[in-house]
Design a protein around this ligand. Sequence first.
Ligand code: ATP
Ligand code: MG
Length: 579
Amino acid sequence: MAGRHQRLGFARFFPTSAHAADYIVYGVLSMKQSQMFIPTLKEVPADAESASHRLLLRGGFIRQNAAGIYSYLPLGYKVIKKIEAIIREEMDRAGAQELLMPAMQPAELWHESGRWDVYGPELMRLKDRHGRFFALGATGEELITSLVRDSLNSYKKLPMVLYQIQTKYRDEKRPRFGLLRGREFIMKDAYSFHATWESLDEAYQKIFHAYCRVFDRCGLKYRAVLADSGAMGGKDTHEFQALSDIGEDTVAYSDESDFAANLEMAPVVLQEGQPAEDRLPLEKKPGKEEADEAHLIKAEWFKTRTETVLVFLRAADEVNDVKIKNALATDLIEPLSNDETLPDPLHPGEAVRVLADNGLKSVVRGVLCGVEGRTSYVNVDPARDLAIEKYLDLRFIKEGDPSPDGKGTIRFAKGIEVGQVFKLGTKYSEAMNAEFLDAEGKAQPLIMGCYGIGISRTLSAICEQCHDESGLIWPKALAPFDIHLITVNPKNGDQLALSESLYHKLCAKGFDVLWDDRKERPGVKFADSELIGCPIQIIVGKKASEQVVELAARGTKERTEVQTDKLDQAVTELLEKCY
Ligand code: ATP
Ligand code: MG
């Protein structure tokens, strides 16, 4: 707790009760609830489908203005500012410099990068009175590259990391779950510029660790996962996934190590098994042969922009098109449509590329259906009978598979992507002609990285993880207030006087206090307090005349009676124990 006081400094007292905010502790305001704008709701709004959305609306943290567009009310904005403060500290510590770029970005820049045409309807576009087009920033690569190319041209200034916290716009097809997928949302976006790939690797590591500290400090349960660099045309990328059942992504993680990857990226380790059976001659039979999981093989057909691809794998496994795409270094892969006539899988023809999943290496008496199940091949030895060009890892990992790092077993969890780090390379610098002069005076394209955190999404992800049926339970680092001081009956003179003196004392000690001084029924006050979810509640009730109050932790709901002269100490200890 000493550390906390050092961090916050001393509270300053403004002895004017005309203001709701009596205390300012480095911009953090203690408040009287009677004067604060916290429009809590009793009813669950019908269109709110996730816990975070419901509770943020009900607790008076946010209000919707249009689909996917929200106002952050004073409580919600306090939490946002706390997340932002943590992000700023960690980015600054990693050597990044904050700037602020406009949300309105000239269309010419998006034409230069080629994204005006490929970004699609998610990019919000508008025209000014002179007929010039603009994009509302969905992300900032174009803008930052244009700034840097005009003003950063020597290797001596590199590496450089710049970041901003700025509202972003994406006209999402399905805005949902409140702040989790908005059309207007708050993002921290950072960009790094380098003369060498090694320098990019270093910055990537540094920012990766800064992100870990950000999410640790926010009290989020998350995994940093290997992700697919896909169409963005870069190299390495990791996503930070907050674990939550409503997440849209599936994370494959080890139950015994730090290994975690997005489902489509998790490598399957080869379980070297020698075929346990002797080979038999291949047979062709009419109809569809039944076989057990260990023997059944399936054939799946795909096309890229230029070729047809046939993939063999065990029938019990699921083919992973991202792995095929990456193996063939192509940007597009899709299943052959049903109306295309398929050749017999044993005789696909010269032009077809034939790949097999590693899992077939140990099969020698396979059973494979021919076209439309009219025939079956029995005793298929893939190496002997199928025209396989290469064995590769082409299937989705499964729960129960060994972890690729050799430690533990794979489990699945659902994740919400709260951040991403990405090695962009020279994609934007080449397209937009952003060069620097190296030590020999030669012009080279800048090597870039980009790094995003969804701030409003992080807030929601925390709510998904930290709540119960009656409201939010904020981790203490982000709680809008440390303490909710509740006067059960403000018409009672003892209760009012004691509450007032405690409020001033606690504020002066550096605690951030919300004082419920409203003349509401106790039931209403307690329900609101549960909804708002401050880590600690102090209840001033019947024993006020004896200088005794109740102290409760929102997370555990444990209540103890405390003599007010021991309250400081008790609050400090309880807060220490809070998550
Ligand atoms: P998603 O796959 O969820 O659409 P993305 O990968 O397109 O997200 P990025 O371009 O990586 O998103 O943006 C950086 C961060 O911004 C994301 O990690 C996420 O936390 C946040 N973010 C992206 N889209 C939204 C949105 N519509 N609403 C709120 N936050 C978002
Ligand atoms: Mg992303």
